[in-house]
Design a protein around this ligand. Structure first.
Ligand SMILES: O=C(O)c1ccc(O)c(O)c1
Length: 246
C-alpha cells in the first residue's frame, strides 16, 4: 500500500511493529497465552457494541483516592504518597472525555490484596489497591495513591516486576476495554523486566513510563507523576490485551 494516495485517516493507522509479539518466550506466561493459529476477525455483536455509558453517578467520593478508599477512618495507606495524572487522547491527540479509568496495584511493599498473592511483604490494613475515575471534558484524569513496591515473580529464577500501576480504559462497550501498565521514571528494574523486554522500541517503553512532575505535586503532601494514554494510531500506548495481531 506504500504508493497509495494518503487518506485523512491513513496518517493515523496503527503501526503493528510497535506492539510486542504475543509470543515472547522470555515472558513465560506468553508462551501458552499466545495464539498458535492465525487470527480470524469476528464482527462485534450488538451487545458488545452498545452500552454501558458511565456517568459521574457511579463514582464514589473516594474512588480516586487509594490512600483513603480502603483505610479506617482517620488513617491512610502506608507509602510514598503520589498523585498520578494525565490525559486520555485519541489518534489525533484530541482529548477523550468521560471514559472510565480503573486502576489496581500492589501496596508499598509490593503485595497485592489478592488471595493468590503469597509474597512475604505484609498487607497494609489501610490499603485495598483499587480505584477508578472518569476523564473530564478535556480528557484529563487524576488519582491519589501510594507508590507501589516492586515484587518478585516466578518467571525466571530472579525476576522482579518494576513498580507499576495497572490501568484499564473502558470504552463505550464491554468489548472496548484496554489495559496497560504504568511504570515510574528512573526505576532501574524497568529495562530488566521480562515483560518490558518484550517491547522492541525504547520509545514505546518511554511512553509507558510516568514522568515526575514537580509542577503538579502537592507541597508537603504528594509527589506527582504524569502519564498520558493514547488510545489508537501509530503511537498508541501499548495495551497488553491488544497485541500485534488485533
Ligand atoms: O502475565 C503475567 O504472568 C504477569 C505476571 C506478573 C505481573 O505483575 C503481571 O502484571 C503479569
Amino acid at each position: 500500500m506504500k504508493n497509495s494516495k494518503p487518506t485523512a485517516t491513513s496518517y493515523f493507522t496503527r503501526d503493528r511493529a510497535w506492539h510486542p509479539k504475543a509470543y515472547a518466550p522470555g515472558y513465560k506466561s506468553s508462551v501458552l497465552r499466545a495464539p498458535t493459529r492465525p487470527l480470524i476477525a469476528i464482527g462485534n455483536s450488538l451487545s458488545e457494541t452498545t452500552g454501558p455509558a458511565f456517568g459521574d453517578d457511579i463514582i464514589g467520593p473516594l474512588d480516586n483516592d487509594l490512600t483513603l478508599n480502603f483505610a479506617r477512618p482517620g488513617e491512610s495507606a502506608i507509602g510514598e504518597r503520589i498523585l498520578v495524572h494525565g490525559r486520555v487522547l485519541d489518534e489525533r491527540g484530541q482529548p477523550v472525555p468521560k471514559v472510565l479509568l480503573e486502576f489496581w496495584q500492589a501496596n508499598a511493599g509490593g503485595r497485592y490484596r489478592h488471595k493468590k498473592d503469597g509474597y512475604l511483604a505484609p498487607l497494609d490494613p489501610n490499603f485495598g489497591g483499587c480505584g477508578r475515575t472518569l476523564t473530564g471534558d478535556d480528557g484529563s484524569y487524576a488519582f491519589r495513591t501510594i507508590r507501589p513496591g516492586p515484587y518478585p515473580w516466578p518467571n525466571g529464577p530472579n525476576d522482579w516486576r518494576p513498580a507499576h500501576i495497572h490501568i484499564s480504559v473502558f470504552g463505550q462497550a464491554f468489548a472496548q476495554r484496554l489495559i496497560t501498565q504504568m511504570y515510574f521514571e528512573g526505576d532501574p528494574l524497568i529495562p530488566i523486566c521480562p515483560i518490558v523486554r518484550t517491547i522492541a522500541d525504547p520509545a514505546a517503553i518511554e511512553q509507558l513510563t510516568a514522568r515526575l512532575d514537580m509542577n503538579s505535586s502537592a507541597p508537603m503532601d504528594a509527589l506527582a507523576y504524569r502519564f498520558d494514554i493514547i488510545l489508537r494510531g501509530s503511537r498508541s500506548t501499548l495495551f497488553e490485551n491488544r497485541p500485534e495481531g488485533n
